[in-house]
Design a protein around this ligand. Structure first.
Ligand code: KIV
Length: 311
């Protein structure tokens, strides 16, 4: 069948664009994520920490935007995620909130904000919703967090779980190590996943575990699983935005695929600006503001008079 071009575009192209627009206009919710899992439609998630990135990620149709505590490293230059505070996180969550319209907005609860006291945990979770505009808060840890997660959900706050390689446990794990590599580790991960599924988490992040284990968990539970270093059988995939674009100043982990070289792009742009300024090539006349003709003529007259008086 031949397609009739309309205004230079084929009808099927216009239809595709229309469908894509509808997709982008749909608000993603915790319920729509579950539907995506049932439809076997892969879920996409990226981290974002500021307004501009959040807008770009949201407008590209990514379904979940996570303000991860990885911002401790990517944005603030800390060695690990342990020192970032609730106030620092909230500063970024608020900026991202202003840039996200369609995606589901999740915020990480940082280390120390939920481990010490359940009442504090509830207060902190509430701040992420009330002050930050987050729709879901994320908490690291498996079955030992199930009761706390139930309490937070009881307070009308959806919770995302996060098991496997949990960066806030770096000192206990003795480094960033793949988890669930032996039978007892696998059993523990299955218990963690089932406990959080029963507690009613909105989604479950699986980080740094063998793909076979992630596949078993994904098949076993109704909750959508979002993998990072957990293989392709998860219901969705997340990457840290700075990993995706080579902005981390460190060798990438095995699971990272770089989709662009942001560091090279920024270096090139900054060096070009520097070179242009040094060579007096920037700004050009077209990049400068000018006086209106009459003002310029008046100014010349005043300056001429001053020069004549000085002689
Ligand atoms: O902090 C973060 O960015 C995360 C993702 C890697 C899942 O927790």
């Amino acid at each position: 069948m031949s397609l009739t071009p309309i205004g230079g575009r084929s009808a099927s192209e216009l239809r595709r664009n229309e469908l894509r627009q509808n997709e982008l206009c749909q608000k993603i919710t915790t319920a729509s994520l579950r539907e995506q899992k049932l439809r076997h439609e892969p879920i996409t998630c990226l981290t974002a920490y500021d307004y501009a990135t959040a807008r770009l990620v949201d407008e590209a149709g990514i379904e979940m935007v996570l303000v991860g505590d990885s911002l401790a490293q990517t944005m603030l230059g800390y060695e690990n995620t342990l020192s970032v505070t609730v106030d620092e996180m909230l500063h970024h969550v608020k900026a991202v909130r202003r840039g996200v319209k369609h995606a589901l907005l999740l915020a990480d609860m940082p280390y120390g904000s939920y481990q010490v006291d359940p009442n504090d945990a509830l207060r902190n979770a509430t701040r992420f919703v009330k002050e930050g505009g987050a729709e879901v808060v994320k908490i690291e840890g498996g079955e030992k967090r199930a009761d706390l997660i139930r309490r937070i959900i009881d307070a009308e706050i959806p919770v995302a779980g996060h098991i496997g390689l949990t960066p806030q446990s770096v000192n206990v794990m003795g480094g960033y190590k793949v988890q669930g590599k032996n039978l007892s580790g696998i059993e523990q991960l299955m218990r963690d996943a089932v406990a959080l599924d029963r507690a009613g988490v909105a989604c479950l992040y699986l980080e740094g575990i063998p793909r076979e284990v992630a596949a078993m968990i994904t098949a076993e539970i109704a909750t959508p699983t979002i993998g990072i270093g957990a293989g392709p059988e998860c219901d969705g995939q997340v990457l840290v935005f700075h990993d995706l674009l080579n902005l981390t100043f460190a060798p990438p982990a095995k699971f990272v695929r770089r989709y662009g070289d942001g560091a090279a792009f920024i270096r090139q742009a900054v060096q070009s600006f520097r070179a242009d300024v040094k060579a007096q090539q920037y700004p050009a006349d077209e990049e400068s503001y000018h006086l209106p003709r009459e003002t310029k003529a008046g100014l010349e007259t005043v300056l001429d008079r001053k020069r004549a008086m000085r002689r």
